[in-house]
Design a protein around this ligand. Structure first.
Ligand code: PLP
Length: 403
């Protein structure tokens, strides 16, 4: 283990709260600064509606959750397993790992479970980074890994997306440094992070470009491909998961989550698929008990409920199209999204929009410095999006809110 858990937790300020044995991202809710860094808005900071169009409960369009929740079959499995909550996990992990291995046609030792894919990112940081090593990632992208690395004193190369909002892979390659000796040496690039589809832009980076990029990487550089939003992307020449069509490169790790299409963000469960050697390195030092019985049973049931995934994908496509229609009707430009959220240019200062919506009890994503003219809106249910657009239309005209 290159980056010690104790140091990482201390750096995160979470050690005192959770003890050195707790997985670092188990520390949700994160310390305020970390929560702010990841989500921009904290739910607890939501103000109650004061005469706005929003309902008493805030409309949560800020964390790319699944507003429809888990399937009925999954809820039933959770209910049933809760009664066995007095027992430590026994067969639940094995069942889930076996299901995942069968689903992805890999050996069971290639699967690593985590307390959300956030914990997988944390594992990757600890396994492949330490001060002196470098992380190469896009900007903007999902910030958790970069924040962890930075806090632990690791150099982070943030490479702006290209004009099509794809990862700029030639520019990222130019930032990759060869390590002086082996993958365990103290210098050089330890990890490259590719989020596909990307958060916050919702865009995909073409599969053939990622393959070409990986083929040019020096040996010993690990690539973490984060496929949190995989199910929402339209499969085709440009997008195909590295789990569905693996390239057989042992340096590639793929992270997936149950938080999005399966609607289990609150259950905190995700996983990685890696070569047996990398899987071992990822899990090293983690106690392996961060997933609860209820979460493991929920994930197993979610994998079995194929029909719910099909419905969820279709529903998301419809909700996204409706969002685009509403945006177009208001002459607002959106980045083409392959996810359950949309990045939109509000034609107004994003800060003012965020504040206005918050006053109406609607939370949207944070401002991203690397895309500072845009706001990110997670897709809610139709009735929530109606509230969103009603509040939108109450904003003063652009003349008064000029940029
Ligand atoms: N990766 C990406 C790209 C994300 O957007 C998120 C959360 O939104 C995560 C990972 C973490 O997800 P979780 O820890 O809920 O699996």
């Amino acid at each position: 283990m290159l980056l010690s858990r104790r140091n990482l937790l201390r750096n995160l300020g979470a050690g005192a709260m959770f003890g050195a044995a707790a997985p670092a991202l188990r520390a949700f809710p994160l310390p305020p600064s970390m929560e702010e860094a990841l989500w921009g808005n904290s739910a607890s900071a939501a103000q109650p509606a004061s005469g706005g169009v929003g309902a008493a409960e805030p409309v949560l369009l800020y964390r790319n959750e699944n507003p429809y929740g888990p399937s009925e079959k999954v809820v039933a499995a959770m209910r049933e397993s809760a009664a066995g909550g007095n027992r430590y996990p026994r067969t639940e992990y094995d069942t889930l790992v076996d299901k995942l291995a069968a689903r992805h046609k890999v050996k069971r030792e290639q699967i690593v479970l985590g307390c959300g894919s956030g914990e997988i990112l944390c594992m990757a940081a600890m396994a492949f980074l330490k001060p002196g090593k470098k992380l190469v990632e896009a900007a903007p992208t999902f910030p958790a890994l970069g924040k962890l690395a930075q806090t632990a004193g690791v150099e982070v190369a943030d490479v702006p997306l290209n004009k099509r909002y794809e990862h700029d892979l030639p520019a990222m390659l130019s930032k990759v440094e060869r390590s002086s000796a082996t993958s365990t040496s103290s210098s050089g690039t330890g990890l490259v992070y590719i989020v596909n589809p990307n958060n916050p832009t919702g865009t995909i980076t073409p599969r053939k470009d990622i393959e070409a990029f990986i083929s040019k990487l020096p040996g010993g550089v690990t690539v973490l491909i984060d496929e949190a939003y995989h199910h929402f992307a339209t499969p085709g020449a440009d997008y195909e998961s590295f789990l569905d069509r693996p390239i057989g490169d042992p340096r590639v790790i793929v992270a997936r989550t149950f938080s999005k299409i399966y609607g289990l963000a609150g259950m905190r469960i995700g996983y990685a698929v890696a070569s047996p050697e990398h899987a071992k390195r990822l899990a090293a030092g983690f106690p392996g008990w961060s997933v609860s019985v209820v979460s493991a049973r929920a994930a197993s049931a979610a994998l079995d409920d194929v029909e719910y995934v099909r419905i969820g994908v279709k529903r998301n496509t419809d909700d996204r199209q409706e969002f685009m229609n509403q945006a177009n009707a208001r002459m607002l430009r959106c980045i083409d999204s392959q996810t359950n959220f949309v990045m939109m240019n509000p034609q107004r200062p994003p800060d003012e929009v965020i504040v206005h919506l918050k006053q109406h009890n609607i939370l949207i994503g944070p401002k991203y410095p690397a895309l500072d003219k845009y706001i990110r809106i997670s897709l809610g249910k139709p009735e929530e999006m109606k509230i969103f657009w009603q509040a939108w239309d109450l904003m003063p005209s652009t003349g008064k809110m000029a940029m």
